[in-house]
Design a protein around this ligand. Structure first.
Ligand code: MLC
Length: 394
């Protein structure tokens, strides 16, 4: 492995002093170039005078000392072709994906009767039970349909009481529990085969300014432009010659998944559980495709969908010697704090303060990239595990 320390001495924003470390894999010149280019392009967004020390961290790689200037020129040339490639890719993706599938399909419920809706499935996880985030997101859509446009979703509390069956649609039955001057409460039952799979209470509020305002600061992490997507990381792992067949199969299945959200892990090793870690992980996430400004309720529904992604797995991070043989969320609560765009990058910070009794508690915070805390969530899940027989070869 090689660690590059890149220091910006003269970017255009005065006193930037940005310093970043990139860990790259030995012998992977293209990836190294790509990471360097990304850093040049985005860390400070302007020209760099770079002092880069290339430092050996292990293995038999021999180079050390300063990276030659012509490497930087080479990187800048690569930057241009990278930018062309990115803009071509963006254009073609934009053509295919003008509207987020979350809006056109997943969260677009069919009205069957007064306060009765039917939802369809888009992405079903490998567990072959419905994705909890989808059921929560759809339940919130159903609840929101019965409240006035002047109300904003501020919280929801759900229990997943049965596994969702991906072979049949889900019905959402809304009960108008209470309409108040400030707060309005709805109860939603998600039903399959005549039985509830989820019960949800959602609360909405009129906008009410207050002098009481505080929040924790957002964690300091690299911006999404400096990080690789899950798909790029998987391609990178797949290119490893010593990758076990079993792992290869698993990764290919992951690639074939059409998850309607885009994810950029801040620390891929944490994301993929490559060693024992603190029960905390961070990733940038956003809905794929365009949603646009204006419909805050819809952005909350999308955030509810996203909030269940990779959340429960955080409780497994300290235990690389165990794999989950049964993992399912039992409940899910969420609080919305400010306006945000779910089709723009938000930092998702997940942590697990406790695990025991075959359960894990996980908490999440979603940050707008300008540092505003957009939403918080909390979930408990069943975690039944078995020992790992072979170490991961990722
Ligand atoms: C959690 C529940 C399974 C409830 O558990 P129960 O144990 O009470 O249910 P049950 O008796 O039907 O048992 C379910 C399975 O667990 C086994 N089982 C039960 N108790 C056990 C125990 N003490 N030890 C070992 N196994 C046990 C049963 O044999 C059965 O296996 P067998 O089935 O082999 O006979 C249920 O409430 C549920 O499915 N809720 C929905 C959860 C969900 O779908 N969440 C959203 C998706 S998860 C998600 O989206 C997040 C994510 O994936 O990260």
């Amino acid at each position: 492995m090689i660690k590059l320390n890149i220091k910006c001495n003269s970017c255009w924003s005065a006193g930037c002093g940005t310093e970043t470390s990139l860990v790259i894999f030995r012998g992977e010149k293209d990836l190294k170039k790509k990471l360097l280019v990304m850093s040049l392009n985005n860390q400070c967004r302007r020209r760099f005078q770079t002092n880069m020390a290339e430092k050996e961290l292990g293995g038999s790689h021999e180079s050390s000392g300063l990276i030659a200037k012509n490497n930087i020129l080479e990187a800048k040339e690569a930057l241009k072709s990278e930018q062309d490639e990115v803009s071509q890719r963006r254009n073609s993706q934009y053509q295919q994906d003008l509207k987020s599938v979350l809006v056109t399909s997943v969260l677009n419920l069919e009205k069957l009767d007064v306060d009765l809706y039917r939802g369809t499935h888009h992405w079903v996880p490998r567990t072959q039970r419905l994705f909890g985030g989808q059921i929560v997101g759809q339940a919130l859509v159903a609840a929101a349909k019965s409240v006035s446009d002047s109300l904003y979703a501020h919280s929801l509390h759900c229990y997943f009481v049965r596994a969702g069956d991906p072979k049949v649609p889900v019905l959402y039955q809304v009960d108008r529990t209470r309409d108040g001057r400030s707060f309005t409460v709805r109860s939603v039952k998600a039903i399959q085969h005549g039985q509830p799979i989820l019960i949800c209470q959602a609360s909405f509020q009129t906008l009410q300014p207050s002098p009481l305002q505080h929040q924790f600061p957002m964690p300091v992490v690299p911006p999404p432009e400096d990080l690789l997507t899950v798909e790029e990381l998987i391609h990178h792992y797949l290119s490893k010659p010593d990758l076990a067949e079993e792992a290869k199969k698993g990764l290919k299945k992951l690639l074939a998944n059409e998850v309607p959200i885009e994810i950029k892990p801040v620390n891929p090793a944490h994301f993929y559980r490559l060693g024992p870690e603190q029960p905390r992980r961070l990733f940038w996430g956003r809905a794929r495709g365009h949603i646009g400004e204006g419909n805050m309720k819809l952005h909350c529904c999308v955030a509810a969908y996203v909030s269940d992604y990779a959340l429960l797995g955080t409780a497994l991070l300290p235990y690389p010697e165990y794999r989950a043989k049964f993992a399912a969320s039992l409940d899910h609560s969420m609080w919305f704090h400010s306006t945000f765009r779910s089709d723009e990058w938000m930092l998702y910070e997940c942590e697990s303060p406790w695990a025991g009794s075959s359960r894990g508690l996980v908490q999440g915070r979603m940050w707008r990239r300008d540092g505003v805390l957009a939403a918080s969530c909390s979930q408990e899940g069943v975690l039944r595990v078995k020992p790992v027989t072979e170490p991961s070869k990722l």
